[in-house]
Ligand binder design. Structure first.
Ligand code: URA
Length: 241
């Protein structure tokens, strides 16, 4: 027996949080009876429907995608811009991104139809380590990056301590390449952090997510995660949570 919201999330219909909203909002029936309270348990023999549509029992899939710049981290866009799922052309399951990268950020993005996995990885209390490399305007030094090691105030809240290093300085163009290692995933986090130390971001790439990197992939390409990689990611969430 599993909790109803978990079963809905695992079927690929929605994240766990969204599943709870669907239940509370009166969209879910179990064996044709409306259920609006949280926490009831269902077995595989129970017939769960969302807005009258039975849950499909898709198998759970996990992909690592090298997002190019100029693509939305979503499954559809009102303005008809390119979205990440446009690239995963031979995936038939209803996958969606785990968290998001900005439109103009490139790099490692996970996609899955496992709402429970997605929820675990993006939960603020146990976000896993992410490595970003940024091209910034200005000549960065370890002194200029130092405040980020302690945390800076963004929108009234101090960021958690980050690991930072200067990769290179380019005097001719007055730009630098810096690396930031963070656990949090607030909106525009890296851009805001670097702006806070007067190093505006010109280009941003996520190079690592937990134990995963982009090795062997070109922008716009993807690969399936192995069972071991998925298990290891969940272990990281536990250790760091
Ligand atoms: N931080 C940002 O500012 N943007 C991203 O896309 C990811 C992290």
């Amino acid at each position: 027996m599993e909790r109803l919201q978990k079963v809905i999330a695992q079927s690929g219909v929605a994240s766990r949080r969204k599943a709870e909203e669907l239940i509370a909002g009166g969209h879910v029936t179990v064996n044709h009876k409306l259920v609006t309270e949280m926490g009831i348990k269902v077995s595989p023999n129970d017939k769960v429907e969302v807005d009258g549509v039975p849950l499909s029992h898709e198998s759970l899939v996990y992909y690592l995608f090298y997002k190019p710049r100029g693509v939305i981290s979503a499954v559809k866009d009102d303005k008809e811009r390119k979205v990440v799922t446009d690239y995963l052309t031979d995936v038939t399951e209803r996958i969606y991104p785990v968290g998001r990268l900005d439109y103009d950020t490139s790099g490692l993005l996970l996609l899955t139809n496992d709402g429970d996995f997605s929820q675990k990885l993006t939960h603020p209390s146990h976000e896993i380590e992410k490595v970003y490399v940024a091209k910034v305007k200005g000549l960065a030094s370890i002194e200029s990056l130092n405040p980020l090691k302690k945390g800076v105030i963004i929108e009234g809240k101090r960021t958690a301590p980050a690991k930072v290093r200067v990769i290179s300085n380019e005097r001719n163009t007055n730009t630098s390449i810096v690396e930031l290692v963070i656990h949090e995933g607030r909106n525009h986090q890296v851009k805001n952090m670097l702006q806070a130390v007067n190093l505006p971001v010109m280009k941003l790439k996520r190079e690592r997510y937990g134990n995963l990197d982009l090795k062997g992939l070109q922008p716009g390409y993807y690969r399936r995660l192995s069972k071991k990689e998925v298990t290891n990611l969940l272990l990281l969430v536990k250790e760091e949570g």
